[in-house]
Design a protein around this ligand. Structure first.
Ligand code: BZD
Length: 832
C-alpha cells in the first residue's frame, strides 16, 4: 500500500501537527520518488520522513543565512578533514522539538519512529575522536546561535565497514551514499576552480601568478545543522570534486579512446573517493595532499566570497577588516594549507603586499593540536609539495626564512634551537615541511584539548615557541553534545534526570546536573536509576546477540572499551586482564567461583587497515571470546565480546548500557579522549589512568567515583629509561597472562610478534614502549576494587549518579563558548 493511500499528501508540514506532518511525509513519498509509489516499507518511510524534516531545516537554514548576511557578524569557519555525524533524523527532530509530533505522524503509517530512524545509514566521514569532536562542535555552535560554519569533504566512501572473519578484521567500503543522503543539498551555484601542479610566472602587473597544471572544480553540498531549541540552523558545507564538459575530450572519445577522453573526470573522482586513502605509495601521499589542498582552497575562496558578498562596498582596500569578520580554526594540521592559500589569494589575487597579507592571515587562523605522538605530526615532502603546489611552496619558504631571521635578530639566546623550530626541515636525505611548526608560526592561537595535554604542549612539544609567544598557547578542554549523548540516546535516564531536577534545561545548561548530587543517597532515585540502567543493558544485550550471536547476561557487570584500536590506548592490557581473570576462574573451585562478580567484557573499534599490531589485537579479543564464551565451567562469570563495526550509532546503544568503561592509555599519550565524557555522563564509572581528560573527569566526579591506576605522565620517560637499562622486573601475573596466550590456549594463531612487542628493553616492539607491563599489576588491582565495589549495589548506583552529576563541565557548549570568547572573538547572532 502506498503512503498516499494511508494519508492524503500535502506539500507543507505544520510543525507541531501530526496530521499535517503525515501529509507532508506522504507528499514526499509521492513527489520525491526514489522508490516505487506502490510500496511504502520502512526504508521508504525513512527517506520520506527525512525529506519532510529537511523542509523544516531548510526554512531555518535560509533564515539564518539571511540573518547573518544582514547583520554581518564576525563568523567562524571550522576546517576539518573529518566529521563523524552519525545518523541525523532523531537528532534533527529532537533539536527542533518535534519528536512527539513525528512519532505520532509515523504511527499513522503503521510504523514506530525508532524503527524508521534505524533505517538511516551513519555518515561516517571521519575516523575517531577528532571527527566526532567536529560534529559535536557543530551542534553546539548552532545551539549557541553562533555565526559559524563547518567545512569538510564529501567522501564517497567514508570510514570502512568492519567485518570480523576467521582471519580477523576485514574492511569493506562504506557506501553511505548508496541510495542518497536526504540531508545534503547540492549547490550548483557554488563552484570554485582548484588548481594542481603547474608553475609560477610573473604577471604583467608584477604579481606572482600560479598558472598551468590542471584545474578541477569544487562543488558545494550543504548539510543544515539545527541548534537545540533555537531558530538557527548553520551549515556543514562539504566539497565534492568535479571536472567540466570542457575537460571532456569529445574528439578522443569518438576515436574510441574512452579512458583518456575522460582523464580529468576520473582524476576528479579520485579526490573525494575515500577518507584516508592508503599513503604507503607516492601516489597515495600525493592524493592525500590533494585532498587537503582541495578543502582549504575551496573553503577560503568561499569565505572570501562571503566577506565580499556581505558588504560589496568594502572590497577594495579594506582587507585589514577581514580578521574582524572571519576566524578560521584548523582542526589539527590537516588543513594547514589554509595558511599559504590565504596568503596566495590575498597577494596574488587581491594584490596585497607580504606584510599586509601576513598580518591578515596571522590574525585570522588558529590551530588545535590533537596529538603529541611524534609519528602523528604531519610532515610533507618538500619535493611533492613543490610539484603539486609550486606557489604555496614559495610562500612556505618565505615564511620559514622570515621566521628564522626574526629569531636570529631578536633572540640571540635561541640560536641553537632554530633548526628544530623552523617550518622547513632541510635534512638532505628527506627535506620536509613540518605542518605543526607552520601552524604555530602562522596562527594567532594554538590550543590543546585537555589541561594535561595543553601543559605538555607548552612544556614539551612547543616549549621553545612559548618563550617567543607566551600568550599564543591556550587550553580548551574537549566536550560532547548532551543532546545526542544523553537526551536522545538515553531517553530513560534523561526522563529521570528531568524529573529529579524538575526541569529539562540541563539539556542546554549541563552544569545543572550537579543538582543530582543531593539525591545521591535517595532510595527512590536509586530504584529508578537502576531500572533505567537495566533497560539500557537489555537493549545493549540484544544488539550484541544480533551482531555476534553471543548471549550476555544483563545482570553481569558491563565493562566496555570502545575506541580506535591503537597500542597507546592499550586494548592489549584489557585483554591480558581478561585472560588473567579467565585463568584464575579456571583454577577456582565451583564454590569459590560463586563469590565472583560476573562480568561481560566488551571491546569494539576499528584498526587502520595497514596497522598490523592493531589488527592482531582485534583477532586476539575475538579468539579469547571464542574460548571463554564456550567454556561451560566459567562462562556464567565471564564473557568476552568483540563488538564489530563500532560507529556512532553503535556507541549510542553501548554507552547508555555501560557500567564500567576503560580509558587506560599510557599517561601523556591520549590528548583528551571524549568517549570517557560520554560514559561518565551516562552514569558509567571509569577505570583509567591519569591521562587526557580523565584527569579533569576524576576531579569533577570525585576521586571515590573513579578507579585510578597506573604511572603518571611525568614518570613515563624515566620508566622507559629504566627499561632500556634492563632494570624492569615484570610482575608474575603479567608473565602468567602472556604465557597462557603463548601456550595456545586461544587457538593456533601465532601471537608471538604481538606478545614480543611487550618484551625486551629496546628493539623489536620498542621494548614495551607503551608500558603495559609496568601498569599491569596496578590495573589488575584496580579491577579487583571494581569487583568489590560492584557487589555493593547501593554504593555502585551512588557512584553512577555522581558520575552523571559531575559531567556538566564536559558539555561541548562550554567548550565552544570558550573558543568563541577566547579564540574567535565572535558572539551569538540568534535569528529573531
Ligand atoms: O582527537 C583524537 C585524540 O586521540 C583524542 O585524545 C582526542 O580526544 C580527540 C579529539 O580532540 N585524535 C584523533 O582522533 N586523531 C585522528 O583521528 C587522526 C586522523 C588523521 C591523522 C592523525 C590523527
Amino acid at each position: 500500500m502506498s503512503a498516499a493511500d494511508k494519508v492524503k499528501p500535502a506539500a507543507s508540514p505544520a510543525s507541531e501537527d501530526p496530521s499535517a506532518i503525515a501529509g507532508n511525509i506522504s507528499y514526499h513519498a509521492q513527489y520525491s520518488p526514489h522508490f516505487s509509489p506502490l510500496a511504502f516499507g520502512p526504508e521508504q518511510a525513512f527517506y520520506a520522513t527525512a525529506e519532510s524534516v529537511r523542509d523544516h531545516l531548510l526554512q531555518r537554514w535560509n533564515d539564518t543565512y539571511l540573518h547573518f548576511h544582514k547583520t554581518d557578524p564576525k563568523q567562524t569557519y571550522y576546517l576539518s578533514m573529518e566529521y563523524l555525524q552519525g545518523r541525523a533524523l532523531t537528532n534533527a527532530i529532537g533539536n527542533l522539538g518535534i519528536t512527539g509530533a513525528y512519532a505520532d505522524a509515523i504511527k499513522k503509517f503503521g510504523y514506530e519512529l525508532e524503527a524508521v530512524a534505524g533505517q538511516e545509514r551513519d555518515a561516517a566521514l571521519g575516523n575517531g575522536g577528532l571527527g566526532r569532536l567536529a560534529s559535536c562542535f557543530l551542534d553546539s555552535m548552532a545551539t549557541l546561535n553562533l555565526p559559524s560554519w563547518g567545512y569538510g569533504l564529501r567522501y564517497r566512501y567514508g570510514l570502512f565497514k568492519q567485518r570480523i572473519a576467521k582471519e580477523g578484521q576485514e574492511e569493506i567500503a562504506e557506501d553511505w551514499l548508496d541510495k542518497f543522503s536526504p540531508w545534503e543539498i547540492v549547490r550548483h551555484d557554488i563552484v570554485y576552480p582548484i588548481r594542481f601542479f603547474g608553475h609560477v610566472e610573473i604577471a604583467p602587473d608584477g604579481r606572482r601568478k600560479w598558472a598551468g597544471g590542471e584545474v578541477l572544480s569544487a562543488l558545494a553540498y550543504d548539510v543544515p545543522i539545527p541548534g537545540y531549541k533555537t531558530k538557527n540552523a548553520i551549515s556543514l558545507r562539504l566539497w565534492d570534486a568535479k571536472a567540466t564538459a570542457a575537460d571532456f575530450n569529445l574528439f578522443q572519445f569518438n576515436d574510441g579512446q574512452y579512458e583518456s577522453a575522460a582523464q580529468l573526470h576520473s582524476r576528479a573522482q579520485q579526490i573525494c573517493a575515500v577518507l584516508y586513502p592508503g599513503d604507503a605509495t607516492e601516489e597515495g601521499k600525493l592524493l592525500r595532499l590533494k585532498q587537503q589542498y582541495f578543502l582549504c582552497s575551496a573553503s577560503l575562496q568561499d569565505i572570501i566570497f562571503r566577506f565580499k558578498e556581505r558588504k560589496p562596498d568594502r572590497v577594495s582596500g579594506k582587507w585589514s577588516e577581514f580578521p574582524s569578520k572571519v576566524a578560521v580554526q584548523m582542526n589539527d594540521t590537516h588543513p594547514t594549507l589554509a595558511i599559504p592559500e590565504l596568503m596566495r589569494l590575498l597577494m596574488d589575487e587581491e594584490g596585497l603586499g607580504w606584510d599586509e597579507a601576513w598580518d591578515v592571515t596571522n590574525k585570522t587562523v588558529a590551530y588545535t593540536n590533537h596529538t603529541v605522538l611524534p609519528e602523528a605530526l604531519e610532515k610533507w615532502s618538500q619535493a611533492v609539495m613543490r610539484k603539486l603546489l609550486p606557489r604555496h611552496m614559495e610562500i612556505i619558504e618565505e615564511i620559514d626564512k622570515r621566521f628564522r631571521e626574526m629569531v636570529i635578530s631578536t633572540r640571540k639566546d635561541m640560536e641553537g634551537k632554530i633548526e628544530s623550530m623552523r617550518v622547513l626541515d632541510n635534512n638532505p636525505e628527506k627535506p620536509v615541511v613540518r605542518m605543526a611548526n607552520l601552524c604555530v608560526v602562522a596562527g594567532h592561537t594554538v590550543n590543546g584539548v585537555a589541561e594535561l595535554h595543553s601543559n605538555i604542549l607548552k612544556e614539551e612539544l612547543f616549549a621553545d615557541y612559548l618563550s617567543i609567544w607566551p600568550k599564543k598557547f591556550q587550553n580548551k578542554t574537549n566536550g560532547i553534545t548532551p543532546r545526542r549523548w544523553l537526551r536522545f540516546c538515553n531517553p530513560e535516564l534523561s526522563e529521570i534526570v528531568t524529573k529529579w531536577l524538575k526541569t529539562d534545561q540541563w539539556t542546554s545548561n549541563l552544569d545543572l546536573l550537579t543538582g543530582l548530587r543531593k539525591f545521591a543517597d535517595d532510595e527512590k532515585l536509586h530504584a529508578e536509576w537502576a531500572a533505567a540502567k537495566l533497560a539500557s543493558k537489555k537493549r545493549l544485550a540484544k544488539h550484541v546477540l544480533d551482531v555476534t550471536g553471543v548471549t550476555i547476561d544483563p545482570n553481569s557487570l558491563f565493562d566496555i572499551q570502545i575506541k580506535r584500536i591503537h597500542e597507546y590506548k592499550r586494548q592489549l592490557m584489557n585483554i591480558l586482564g581478561a585472560v588473567y581473570r579467565y585463568k584464575k576462574l579456571k583454577e577456582m573451585s565451583a564454590e569459590e567461583r560463586q563469590k565472583v562478580t560476573p562480568r561481560t567484557v566488551m571491546v569494539g573499534g576499528k584498526a587502520f587497515a595497514t596497522y598490523t599490531n592493531a589488527k592482531r589485537i582485534v583477532k586476539l579479543v575475538n579468539d579469547v571470546g571464542a574460548v571463554v564464551n564456550n567454556d561451560a565451567d566459567v562462562n556464567k562469570y565471564l564473557k568476552v565480546v568483540f563488538i564489530p563495526n563500532y560507529n556512532v550509532s553503535v556507541a549510542e546503544v553501548l554507552i547508555p548500557g555501560s557500567e564500567l568503561s576503560q580509558h587506560i592509555s599510557t599517561a601523556g599519550m591520549e590528548a583528551s579522549g571524549t568517549s570517557n565524557m560520554k560514559f561518565s555522563l551516562n552514569g558509567c564509572v571509569i577505570i583509567g589512568t591519569l591521562d587526557g581528560a580523565n584527569v579533569e573527569i576524576r576531579e569533577e566526579v570525585g576521586q571515590d567515583n573513579f578507579f585510578l591506576f597506573g604511572a603518571k605522565a611525568d614518570q613515563i620517560a624515566g620508566l622507559r629509561k629504566e627499561r632500556e637499562n634492563g632494570l624492569f622486573k615484570p610482575d608474575p601475573r603479567f608473565e602468567e597472562a602472556k604465557q597462557f596466550i603463548r601456550s595456545g590456549a586461544f587457538g593456533t594463531y601465532d601471537y608471538t610478534p604481538l606478545l614480543d612487542s611487550l618484551e625486551g628493553n629496546t628493539g623489536f616492539g620498542r621494548g614495551d614502549y607503551f608500558l603495559v607491563g609496568y601498569d599491569f599489576p596496578s590495573y589488575i588491582e584496580a579491577q579487583a576494587r571494581v569487583d568489590e565495589a560492584y557487589k555493593d549495589k547501593k554504593k555502585w548506583i551512588k557512584m553512577s549518579i555522581l558520575n552523571t552529576a559531575g559531567s556538566g563541565k564536559f558539555s561541548s557548549d562550554r567548550t565552544i563558548d570558550q573558543y568563541a570568547k577566547e579564540i574567535w572573538g565572535i558572539s551569538a547572532c540568534p535569528v529573531p
